[in-house]
Write a protein that binds this ligand. Structure first.
Ligand code: GUN
Length: 299
């Protein structure tokens, strides 16, 4: 049976470093790291994620700011808010929660965030640094950065000789994850909905990372025996066994059956999810340190 990775424990190790670094910055420079999270509309899942981010920011000793805008917010209003936050020296990190309501265009909003405050790592400057192998001077997207820490905990920093398959090619996760694995010397395949015989491709993976948003898609016979399986999916599905109208969270991996085949596997919830929030805190404290010209903590 596979070892189950405890993402909460790994996340706590990161947030401990963040909390100490934040306390040091406040004691020595009188500056609290400031994280501004912007949410537009009423998406319940987004509100729940944003609430968790705000609570963790406070727990780390940050100045946590949440801007909740109504569903009918205009593109101009949103972009003006980002400009205001860009100019505010007390704000070191800006995150605009995605997805935005359908009438808004997220790309210009994301690209208008100053790269040094782009704690999501989605600005082309930060994404380009990851693509060119510069993992030191920018900000790396939180979920892939967190997933990489879990991979590093199992395999060390050098993945030479290992095959990694990432299912999913989003800017938020799949692309940067593939690039981070490549930077760590893995041999990387980025698979997606148009990949031929996805199961056979996945069976080649020593490290299999699933980020497709399809509940329980990865089956036991997709997994190479002994592989490390990282499940990035968070899908809410009906759970009639818990009572009428009840739901539960599942990943993109059929966890119960893959447990018998994998060497190591992340659960959902409690795997990659806590790492995402921890890395958001890490990016924010790094942004605050850089804004003061201080050497940054490492994670
Ligand atoms: N929505 C789901 N995950 C994320 C994330 O990591 N960042 C932002 N901005 N929105 C998200």
């Amino acid at each position: 049976m596979a070892k189950i990775i405890d993402g909460k424990q790994s996340a706590a190790a990161v947030t401990d470093i963040v909390t100490q670094a934040a306390a040091k910055l406040e004691a020595e420079a009188g500056v609290k790291p400031g994280l501004a999270v912007v949410i537009v509309g009423d998406n319940p899942a987004s509100h729940s994620y944003v609430g968790a981010k705000g609570r963790m920011a406070k727990q780390c000793g940050f100045n946590s700011m949440q801007y909740t805008l109504p569903e009918d917010t205009t593109q101009d209003t949103l972009e003006n808010l980002v400009e205001k936050l860009n100019a505010d020296p007390a704000v070191h990190g800006i995150l605009v929660q995605l997805p935005l309501p359908g009438h808004l265009n997220s790309e210009p909003v994301i690209q208008s965030i100053r790269p040094e405050k782009d704690v999501d790592g989605l600005n082309v400057v930060n994404a380009g640094k990851v693509a060119s192998g510069d993992l030191a001077s920018g900000l790396v997207s939180c979920t892939p950065a967190g997933a990489m820490i879990l991979v590093r905990n199992e395999h060390g920093a050098d993945l030479s000789g290992l095959n990694a398959v990432v299912i999913g090619r989003s800017n938020l996760f799949g692309k940067p994850m593939g690039l981070l694995l490549l930077a760590a010397n893995a041999t990387v395949t980025m698979a997606h909905s148009r990949t031929k015989d996805l199961a056979a491709v996945c069976r080649q993976a020593d490290i299999l990372v699933a980020a497709v948003g399809r509940p329980l898609m990865v089956k036991a016979d997709w997994v190479k025996p002994g592989a490390t399986v990282i499940d990035v999916g968070i899908n809410r599905v009906d759970a009639p066994e818990k009572g009428e109208g009840k739901t539960r969270l599942v990943g993109d991996v059929a966890f119960d059956e893959c447990l018998d085949v994998a060497g190591v596997i992340t659960p959902v919830p409690g795997g990659v999810g806590p790492m995402t929030i921890a890395m958001l805190m890490a990016n924010t404290v790094v942004a605050a340190y850089r804004s003061l010209g201080r050497p940054i903590p490492t994670f």
